[in-house]
Write a protein of this length. Sequence first.
Length: 342
Amino acid sequence: MAEDSALSPSEMSALRRAIELAQDSPDTSPNPKVACVLLDSDGILLATGVHQGPGQDHAEVVALKQAGNEAKGATAIVTLEPCNHTGRTGPCTQALIDAGVARVVFAVRDPNPEAAGGAEVLREAGIEVAGPVEEVQADARALNREWLHIAEHQRPWVIAKVASTLDGKVAASDGTSKWITGIQARELGHELRGRVDAIAVGTGTVKADNPQLTDRRDEATRQPLRVVIGKTALDSDLAVFDDAAETLHIESHDPVEVLQELFDRGIRSVLLEGGPTLQQAFFTTDLVDELAWFTSPKVLGSGRDAVADLGRTTLKEAVEGKLMSVTQAGDDVLLSIDLRHN
């Protein structure tokens, strides 16, 4: 239920419309997707707005500009609590106050410590506020599942990438692993690298495979930070230390410590590329948020497991996720799995 007062049918309809608008809005990363709908005192639509991306007007400001003087006395319906933060743009709370809005309804509370508290500021200014709204929590949170999780937990979003045979092997008994998947699957892997802020591997993988860990697509415009985790000393002539991208060697075996250091450096998403021991460490500490599991139509019967033993002996203890998508890449398949679906 909403705080302060229940929503009218027109407000609930407008809130669902705002969620639909946000769903269809462009990628705003690293900012959240947000939409705003303005209603007049009779519940009639005045204006709509969606956030277009970093540095551009927030959804509330877009809608307020569209409504002009008619915004005075209106109700603002927003998918996320209006921000109380001055960054590249001013705080939405002040924009709503200045416009003379009478009531604000928001779906999800803003957990970002730098921008939170907008509802309280609006109430202090004499504006009626309702939110968060329980009835639309699932859909509204789905708009920004990664952003919300990062803000709530103050650590990067972790995607574990695995390329295995049908029986879950990432290398044969002789240690060979190139190539389990085909060229089209590897292209998707590079797309994944292009989406994240950092790629992480253990020192064992660096020594065994000598990977470069870069996005090698022609259209790549930036390279993620290469992160090597572990206390083993490494030779400086390894490919991961070339000048194709920046590399950080974190001499730790503690995933919590690693993610904290990365978060403090501004890293908000990490692609965990292995190997099995590193995957085990992150799974054991419940620090994997998403799986990108590439499966090749091969069966080895023996070899190195994708994830080292997690010490779980019953099905009830299994790591369980929600399948988001299945993508065929040549003869291989990519399963995208959300582990934060609850």
